[in-house]
Each structure stands twice: as C-alpha cells, then as structure tokens.
Design a protein around this ligand. Structure first.
Ligand code: NAD
Length: 336
C-alpha cells in the first residue's frame, strides 16, 4: 500500500549495516542505516544490534532512532514497512523467518541469502506465504547503468556471446556471489562448473575460499573465473566477447567499455576488436545504497517488482556451493 513515508528497521549494525558510514572515502550513503536515513521517502525508526558498543554508536549516530538488542522485541513494538537485514550470514535465515512471521511488506537481506540451499528455499517460501517481498542485496542489480548494459548485451550489442572472462577478489562467498549474480544477469543461467582452490589468494575472512574455474552457460558459451589476493586487489571484472564485439565491465562496475569488431587494417580476411572505435562509459552518480533504498520505495509504491529476488540469490548460492565442492574435488565437473 502506497504511503508518503515508509518505516524501516535495520538489523545488524556492523560494517555494512552502519559502521562504513564513517569511511571517509566511500560515496554516501554507504550502509543500510545510511541508505534509509537519507532517503526522503523512508524513516529509519529502529535498529537492532547484539553488541552493546555498536548499540552505543547507533545512539550517537542516530539519536532519534530506537535501539534494540533483540529483534523479536522490536518487531512486537514497531509496525514496519521495511526491514533491512545486515547481520552476518548465519543470522540471515532466522531474521528473515522472523520478519516473515511479522508480515513485514518488504524484507531486504544481505547476500549470500543463507548458509544452505534448504534454508534459502524455506526463506523464500515463508516470505511468499506472508505476502512479504524478499530482496537480496546483490547491490549492482539496483544500479540503472549496469541494468541498462545487461539489457544491451541481451539485445545483442556483442552479437552471439562466445566467451566471457572474469576476475574477483575478497573471497567466493563475499565478492564471488556478486560476480555470479552479475554473470546470470548479463549472460543467463549457468549449467555446470569446474573449479580449483586458489591457495595464493587471501580472502577477507579466513573461512571463505578463493577458487579459479570455468563455468558452462546454458547458451553454450563458457566463462572463466579467476581470483586475486585481497591484500593487493579489490576487483570485480566481467569481459564478454561476442561475434560483434566486446563489453568489458571493470572498476567494480563503475566503467563499461564497448569495442566493436571490424575488418583488420593489417591482415586481409581477418576481423579484430578495434581499439580506435572503443568507447568508455562511466556510471553517473553511482551510489549503490542510494539505488537500494530508491528501489525498495519503488517496490512499495507498486511501480516495480524486486530486481534481486530470493530465487536469483538461491541460484547464486547453488553455484557458489558447486564451485566450492568442485574445488574440494580438484576440479571435478559439477552439473547444477
Ligand atoms: N552487499 C554488499 O556489498 C556487502 C558488503 C559487505 C558485507 N556484506 C554482507 O553483509 C553481512 C554483514 O557483513 P558485515 O561485514 O557488516 O559483518 P559485521 O560482522 O561487521 O556485522 C554484522 C553485525 O550483525 C550483528 N548481528 C548478528 N546477529 C544479529 C542479530 N540476531 N540481531 C542483531 N544484530 C545481529 C553483529 O553483532 C554485527 O555487529 C554479511 O552477510 C556480508 O556478506 C554485503
């Protein structure tokens, strides 16, 4: 139901929930609390955090906002339009189930959707039964620039896709999930994977893995996956090569280069990517968390359906699990 102002609570006031708002370099808003506090159509009414130190910080940063230590208590006291779950991965399942029990109209949850596929399926089912719309924070899905280029690729700007190559860092479940989600957005379903653990690449958290591998798309094209050390790189790149040219998403999605194929200047009968005809496109005002809160408002206004669904994130989780399993079996091919 459309309202002038939608009431929001954020669960989990850690780095991406709240604290990154202090990072001087990040474009603002940079967090869940920042996103919903700065959007004129949303009111940050409450936050829930287990850690007393972070609760104190929340009171300092948002004096008007009610601070809770227990989510159930908050749900009982406040009638919400949106809950945004930025707690760590193992808390996604219990918090989404609780939010669905309280029939919150829009439930935003951090990626990856859950620890296991079974949990992910239950979360999707519970939200459906409650009439809640579940949105997973694969944040590039809310960015008009990256969505526009996904449409261009689907409409054939590079012709028939032959191959794609990718790079990521930080870890498979931390950053790799964004990459897998983007590959699905740009290139469609992934049918099989084969992967090897990259033991030289350090991850952001010790329990995460980096894998290198190859994935087969439903279209028949293949995608390579390569990881870099988080100590040296924070990167996310997707290079798509088709029969008519190349689309190269680089700089974490801030820049897209398009290079068409034309006849070679030097070799008769051959075709090349022509650097002289390469065009670089830069996203304007690309602030992912601003995109998130605007998208949530559009969903509640009834203008759009969620751009990043539970089903999409469950697919991404299945692929992450398959990549890890293949990595454990030294590159065994796994069909999704
Ligand atoms: N979308 C993105 O771009 C992006 C970026 C970074 C992290 N993340 C994801 O966000 C999630 C959190 O990551 P982080 O780096 O902010 O972690 P973090 O550990 O810094 O913060 C998590 C916070 O959640 C709190 N918490 C846990 N369970 C809770 C509960 N039941 N009730 C209330 N608070 C609870 C913890 O006390 C902690 O403060 C992870 O799933 C991570 O993968 C997403």
């Amino acid at each position: 139901m459309k309202k002038d102002i939608y009431k929001v609570a954020v669960i989990g006031c850690g780095r991406i929930g709240m604290l990154m708002e202090h990072d001087k370099k990040r474009p603002k808003p940079a967090t869940h609390t920042g996103a919903f506090d700065s959007n004129p159509r949303t009111e940050l009414a409450a936050v829930v955090e287990l850690d007393p130190e972070k609760q104190k910080e929340a009171k300092k940063m948002y004096p008007e906002v009610q601070v809770f230590g227990d989510a159930e208590e908050m749900f009982k006291k406040i009638n919400l339009d949106i809950v945004s779950i930025a707690a760590f991965q193992s808390a996604h399942y219990p918090m989404v189930m609780l939010a669905a029990k309280h029939k919150v109209p829009v439930i935003v949850c951090e990626k990856p959707i859950a620890d296991t596929e079974e949990e992910g399926r239950e979360m999707i089912e519970a939200c459906k039964n409650a009439g809640s719309k579940l949105i997973i924070n694969h944040i590039r899905r809310f960015d008009p620039f990256l969505q526009e280029w996904a449409e261009k690729v689907k409409d054939g700007i590079v012709g028939e896709v032959q191959q794609a190559t990718t790079l990521y860092a930080i870890g498979l479940y931390h950053m790799g999930t964004h990459l897998i989600d983007l590959i699905r957005l740009y290139l469609g379903d992934i049918e099989w994977v084969a992967a090897w653990q990259n033991k030289r690449a350090h991850t952001a958290v010790p329990e995460d893995w980096c894998v290198d591998g190859i994935m087969g798309l439903k279209s028949g094209a293949r995608v390579t996956l390569q990881s870099l050390n988080v100590k040296d790189y924070s990167t996310l790149e997707l290079r798509i090569l088709g029969t008519k040219g190349e689309v190269f998403m680089r700089d974490l999605g801030r820049v897209i280069e398009h290079t068409p194929i034309s006849e070679s200047k030097d070799f008769e009968g051959f075709h090349e990517l022509h650097v002289d005809e390469r065009k670089e496109y830069r996203a304007k005002d690309q602030i992912f968390f601003k995109g998130l809160s605007s998208h949530v408002v559009d969903v509640l206004d009834g203008k759009v359906e969620p751009a990043s669904t539970g089903e999409d994130s469950l697919k991404a989780l299945q692929i992450l699990a398959a990549l890890k399993k293949s990595g454990e079996k030294d590159g065994r091919k796994i069909v999704i």
